[in-house]
Structure formats: C-alpha cells, structure tokens
Design a protein around this ligand. Structure first.
Ligand code: GLU
Length: 432
C-alpha cells in the first residue's frame, strides 16, 4: 500500500503510518482504529532541581500512557536533551505494539526528561530522578503504568526512582518500576536482556543460511547499554564483527574487531575510536564516520543508537543484506519500503529489541509474587519467548506475503483489537 510521508510530520504521525499498512490484513473495527490513533493520557511537567552550586535549573519532563487495553502501560524513561512530548508519545505507541506482539499483559507507555545527563553530577542526577517521580507519582503504579530504563537511564536511576516512590507511598513497592538493581528487587538477566533478546532473533532469522558465523560480517551502530553486550555475544558466538561506532565515530576492520577489549575500554568511558587505537595496536583498523558505517557492505547491519538513522539522504547507500533494528525506529518510515523492495531483510524493532521488556515482565511477576528466579531460568524463558515471537512474525510475513514489519504490526493489532473489543460496547454499535 502506498502511503505518503513528509519529514515535517511528527514522529508519532510517521509511526502511525506503519500501522495503516497493517490494517488491511486483519479484521478490525473502526473504533479500534480510532482508539489507537490517540494517546490515552499524556503528562507534561517541569522539574525544578537545585544544582550543586546552589542555582536552580528547570527541566521539562513527560510521561505518556498510550494504551492500557491489555494491561498497565509499560515502557522506559529516557534522558535526552532533544526529547519532546511527541517523541515520548511515539515511543509509547511503539511500546503498545511491542508488548502486544510479545503477548505481555501490558499496554504501552514511555517517559522522558529533557536533559544531557552527562553534564550533571551524580547528586544532581539523583535529585532530578527523585523530582521526576515526585511529579509523576500519581500517574504511575504497579497496576497503572510501570517505567523502566531506556536511553541514558540505568539500574541505578531506577533504584532511586523506586526508592522515591516507596517514600511517597510509605511502603516498598518494587513492582512500580523494572530494571532496578538486583539488591532492591531487580531481576537476574535484565541488564543484558535487550542484547540477549536481539541475539536470539538474529540467530533465529539467520538460521538455515549456508554462510558460517565466522564468515558472517556484522556492523553495529551505537555502543551503549544494548549494543555492547550484543556485540560481545555475537563475537563470542563466532560472528565477524567488522564495525562498531558511537556518537564520536566508528572503526572498521575487515578481519573483525577485538570486541571484548573495546567493550572494556568503552565501559571505562573511552570513545570507540580512541579505544580501538589503544586496543587494536598494529591491527588494520580504519576510522570511519557514522554514515560510512551504515553504508558498509556487510551481511548484518545493526542500528542500535537512536531513531531516524537511515533516511531519504542515505537509504540508497545501504548495502547490508539484513538489518536488525535494535534501536527504536532507526529506519525512517518513508524509506522502509525502499529497503524491502531492494531485497534487504529488515527485522523490525518491535521484535528485535523486545528482550528488555520481556525480562521487565519477569521482574514485575517476581516482585508481585515475592520470588527470585535464577539467571538460567530467566535466560531460558527469554530465549523461548523471543524464538516464538520470531517464528510467528516470519510465518505471518510468509503467509500473507508482507514485510516482517507489517507482519509484526498485524500480529500485535490482532491482539489489541481483541482486547479493545473485550473491554466492551463498540461491537454492539458496529454489529460485530
Ligand atoms: N526501554 C525499553 C524498551 O524500549 C524497555 C522497556 C521496559 O522494560 O519496560 O523496550
């Protein structure tokens, strides 16, 4: 189906166009369509925070519950200087579909604070995180909306937030936030869950190809919380990781990079280019730009940074055979079809990066039942859920002759349609 897109449209408007492509492939009601076109609730707050030097800074912040038909809304909180309400709504919209695709009993939500966290001291960051929870405390809850980490937030921040929620409600309430430190009700396997989930999808989708892992070249854009453990696991499993990059630029080595040393240095705060010059001494490592990384002729390209990385400007340069979207929305909606038509197998974010929220669900279940599952149990259950979802998406795409992305949306929409109509009334008016 042809859909027309302009870059002046908001991220949410562009995200919604993908759903338009999926509707023709399932029976649905007009009312479900209308319901899913709007965020259920959006909260904008400003957070006054005392800085270490005594001055006051005000930060804009948001929390959105996009849809709660399948359960409490679920989704991370991102700290980023460019975050806007529109972005948060689009991200919450994606979470709605991601949770439905993985059959989790959750709706979709998301939060964000407009901040460059790298410019704050640890004390300022803690005050900001606690202030955010003060402002949104009535908007979230274990049965209402459950935050988690996202871009530039982590377990330490989730710990402060869960603690603050406990202070406000005068009781320990671990199930209100997932991705917490293990010591305060976090789950084993949550930190690397997105990476491990993506790894299972890569393995499942590539299964059956003749090319050996050692000959399968991989380029990864981004070297953050998700990309680092993913690069490491691919490397350890024998894949040839030829390129890696962070916001400062990337590195390329035709014979493969020494991922463990790069990871170690990056975790000590060293940027990828500098890390490679220290760890790969003497080896043939070339410095590349972000644009060059996305245009490499590799088997597998993994955008694991931010939205809109492959756009009208660079889509024709892409030469990868497979793209696994670890970031949310890294391929602009307007160019997705062009990649698919050119024969690139694009495996969508909805599926590829769902490991994080899958283990968040495990954490929520453990918190609510007072259990603590072993690392092995979490790993096994994650693998099973990711493999099942991959197979469902692949089969649906094959069966209906549609792209993997449209198939993921069709499956998610079927479940959302069922939940929305189970909540009542509209079928009477639509004669369903
Ligand atoms: N921020 C992650 C995502 O976009 C995880 C969300 C969660 O665990 O709730 O999927």
């Amino acid at each position: 189906m042809e859909v027309s897109i302009t870059m002046s449209q908001t991220l949410l408007e562009r995200a919604a166009l993908v759903v338009e492509e999926a509707w023709p492939y399932l029976e649905h009601s007009k009312e479900t369509r209308e319901r899913l076109a709007h965020a259920a609730a959006s909260l904008t707050v400003s957070l006054p925070v005392r800085m270490d030097d005594g001055s006051l800074s005000i930060f804009a912040a948001y929390r959105v519950r996009y849809n709660t038909a399948r359960g409490p809304s679920k989704g991370g909180i991102r700290f980023h200087p460019d975050v806007s309400l529109d972005d948060v709504q689009a991200l919450a919209f994606w979470m709605t579909f991601k949770c439905a695709l993985l059959d989790l009993p959750f709706g979709g939500g998301k939060g964000g604070i407009c901040v460059d966290a790298s410019k704050l001291s640890p004390m300022e960051l803690e005050r900001l995180s606690r202030r955010y929870v003060d402002a949104i405390a009535d908007f979230i809850g274990p049965n209402l909306d459950i935050p988690a980490p996202d871009v530039y937030t982590d377990a330490r921040i989730m710990g402060w937030m869960a603690d603050q929620y406990g202070i406000i409600h005068r009781q320990f309430t671990p199930a209100v936030i997932t991705g917490k430190p293990l010591a305060m009700g976090g789950s084993h396997g949550r930190v690397d869950a997105t990476a491990n989930g993506a790894f299972h999808v890569v393995e499942r989708v590539l299964k059956g190809r003749k090319k050996k892992r050692e000959k399968t070249t991989v380029a990864i854009q981004g070297f953050g919380h998700a990309a680092r453990p993913l690069a490491q696991r691919l490397f350890q499993s024998g894949y040839c990781v030829v390129a890696l990059g962070d916001s400062k630029g990337g590195v390329y080595a035709a014979h493969g990079l020494d991922v463990p040393s790069l990871r170690k240095l990056k975790e000590e705060g060293v940027a990828v280019i500098e890390a490679a010059s220290r760890s790969e001494k003497g080896a043939k490592v070339r410095t590349i730009t972000n644009e060059e990384l996305l245009a490499l002729e590799v088997d597998v390209l993994i955008p694991a940074a931010l939205e809109d990385q492959i756009t009208e400007q660079n889509v024709d340069d892409v030469r990868a055979k497979y793209i696994f979207e670890v970031a949310n929305g890294p391929i602009s909606q307007s160019v997705n079809a062009r990649l698919v038509d050119a024969g690139v197998r694009v495996v969508p974010d909805l599926l590829v990066n769902a490991g994080g929220v899958v283990v968040s669900h495990f954490e929520w279940v453990q918190n609510r039942t007072g259990q603590c599952w072993s690392e092995q149990k979490v790993a096994k259950k994650l693998e099973r859920q990711m493999v099942e979802a991959s197979d469902l998406v692949t089969a649906c795409a094959k069966d209906k002759g549609i792209s993997l992305r449209t198939a993921a949306y069709v499956l998610a929409l079927e479940r959302l349609e069922a939940a929305i109509s189970a909540h009542g009334t509209h079928t009477f008016f639509e004669g369903g």
